[in-house]
Design a protein around this ligand. Structure first.
Ligand SMILES: [Fe+2]
Length: 219
């Protein structure tokens, strides 16, 4: 991104954003398919469930531990407050799209036409939001949040992932360019790297998260 951050390590933020971007690309590819009903694929593929869960965790962690903290610190700075409002507003538009898409997936009559419009909106709005956050808000987070506040945000994300690390970590790294992946994995603490390499990644690959399953076998 070519940005310099003075105070906080933004590696995880960029890593999560890129994983969310890759999922929306995959969702766009699925909804463009004509050989299979995209509703059947998304309704039953594990990937849609994982994407919803991890997008929600990431947004909620920011909604709870980033924007309110920054709003207090920047209370007398109207331009900065406007940016925070934009961030919260973008979350508030994107998050309900997940339930709207689920409604379209369940709708056997009009669902197919609705689905394409909704997944296009999700793709565009999420990409715009992530670009906006990376282009403007991360700089402001870096200079506004204290080390302790940044730690609270990082822990909020991991607490919400909780025992799901065995799915989350391979999902996060799925599709990461190989050169980057090697460095990322080498930097993981042993307690994550070893299970990731020996159990979590093979189990995740076996799940084939974007493969449609029979409806009855779903979840
Ligand atoms: Fe973010």
């Amino acid at each position: 991104m070519g940005q310099e951050f003075k105070n906080h390590d933004m590696t995880m933020m960029f890593t999560i954003h890129d994983a969310l971007r890759r999922s929306t690309e995959q969702i766009a590819r699925i909804t463009a398919r004509t050989d299979e009903d995209p509703r059947q694929v998304l309704r039953t593929a594990v990937g849609w469930e994982l994407f919803k869960k991890y997008l929600t965790i990431h947004h909620t962690a920011e909604d709870v531990t980033v924007w309110p903290v920054m709003r207090r610190a920047l209370a007398d700075k109207p331009d900065e407050l406007e940016l925070l409002e934009a961030m919260e507003g973008e979350h508030a538009v994107i998050d309900p799209l997940l339930a709207d898409i689920d409604a379209a997936l369940a709708d056997r009559d009009a669902g197919l036409e609705r689905l394409g419009g909704l997944t296009d909106a999700l793709h565009t709005m999420l990409h715009n939001h992530l670009d906006h956050e990376e282009g403007e808000a991360l700089k402001l987070m870096d200079i506004t949040m204290s080390k302790e506040e940044w730690g609270v945000f990082a822990r909020e994300g991991s607490t919400r992932v909780g025992d799901d690390a065995r799915r989350y970590l391979p999902w996060l790294l799925d599709g990461m360019p190989p050169a980057k992946l090697t460095g990322f994995v080498a930097n993981l603490p042993d307690a994550l790297r070893t299970p990731y390499e020996t159990e979590w990644r093979p189990a995740y690959e076996a799940l084939d998260i974007w493969a449609p399953k029979a409806d009855s076998a779903a979840r």
